[in-house]
Design a protein. Structure first.
Length: 313
């Protein structure tokens, strides 16, 4: 459906509202956003282009107030999310939305991706979007964490990992994996520096993405959200199983592990075929111990991934 033609001219009362409520506050709001994100950001909106989409409510009589409220709502949401995730989140927004422009426009995707409004990233701009017939409705939620996360994750990028996975690594893997390494080192009688844990995030992301492509596999839909956390849990399960199998208590068992895993490297990988099990398994190749699973079984029976370790020694 073609866009409605822009208004040729707004009524005087509407122009005054636009001036008083939006234009007179625009610079201050841009400054607030720029200070929040640590980079110079600007706003972009064409009042003449969006006003024809008004209904009989707020936007029809107070377009300037409506536009201002959209930008204020976005700033409020960004401030809330940045408060949860800190500078890493701000850096992600600045990098993914490289134009450093916050725009307001019509949602043109058919069918609409949102019920009332939402956001996306287009040409490096973060766009607040309203659905036709809903200009001025649910203003404050267009850049909510749910919508913004999806927008950042779906934005075109040359990075090997998606926004959601990068965020997951920072939150669910990096802060906790050191404790797992320490426990593993203690079980093996090694220093922490001697133990290498290899999550293979790039390769596993690519493997899962390809398997999930087109919805033709059994890969879970939330695999990106869980990639970091599940990877941590596979390593944690290894420690649990090694402790259960008394690697830290029986010198002979400990020696057998150290001889088999001669590189002291423990890795997680997604494979096309398992050698012995149905869901996940442990394998040793060239002195490296691999925790591995099929794409469609990622996240299934994690706790048992190393249950057959003794069979390999």
């Amino acid at each position: 459906m073609a866009r409605l033609p822009p208004a040729e001219k707004l009524p005087l009362a509407l122009r005054k509202n636009l001036r008083d409520e939006y234009e007179n506050n625009k610079a201050d709001l841009e400054a607030q956003l720029s200070e929040l994100l640590g980079a110079a950001w600007t706003f972009e909106v064409d009042p003449l282009a969006i006003w024809p989409y008004h209904n009989d409510g707020y936007a029809k009589e107070s377009l300037g107030s409506c536009i201002k409220a959209y930008f204020e709502g976005a700033i409020h949401q960004l401030k809330y999310i940045a408060g949860k995730y800190g500078d890493d989140f701000k850096n992600e927004v600045n990098s993914i939305c490289s134009a450093h422009v916050l725009a307001l426009d019509l949602e043109e995707t058919k069918p609409p991706r949102f019920s009332y409004g939402g956001c996306d990233v287009s040409d490096g701009k973060l766009r607040i979007l309203f659905v036709e017939q809903n200009l001025g409705t649910n203003i404050d939620y267009c850049c909510s964490e749910e919508f913004l996360t999806k927008a950042l994750n779906n934005a075109p990028s040359d990075a090997p990992l998606s926004f959601v996975v990068r965020q997951g690594i920072r939150q669910d893997y990096d802060p906790k994996i050191g404790e797992v390494r320490a426990k593993l080192a203690e079980l093996l009688g090694k220093s922490e520096d001697a133990i290498t844990l290899t999550p293979n995030f790039d390769a596993n992301f690519a493997k899962l993405a390809e398997a999930h492509k087109g919805g033709k596999s059994s890969v879970r839909d939330d695999w990106q959200t869980n990639l970091a956390d599940f990877t941590f849990r596979y390593f944690d399960a290894l420690v649990y199983q090694m402790k259960y199998q008394k690697v830290g208590e029986d010198e002979m068992i400990q020696e057998g592990v150290l001889e088999a895993v001669s590189t002291n490297e423990y890795a997680f990988r997604i494979v096309d075929k398992l050698k012995r099990e149905s869901y996940c398994e442990v394998d040793i190749e060239d002195g490296v111990l691999y925790l591995q699973c099929l794409p469609g079984e990622f996240g299934t029976n994690i706790d048992y991934v190393a249950s057959k370790l003794m069979d390999l020694l």
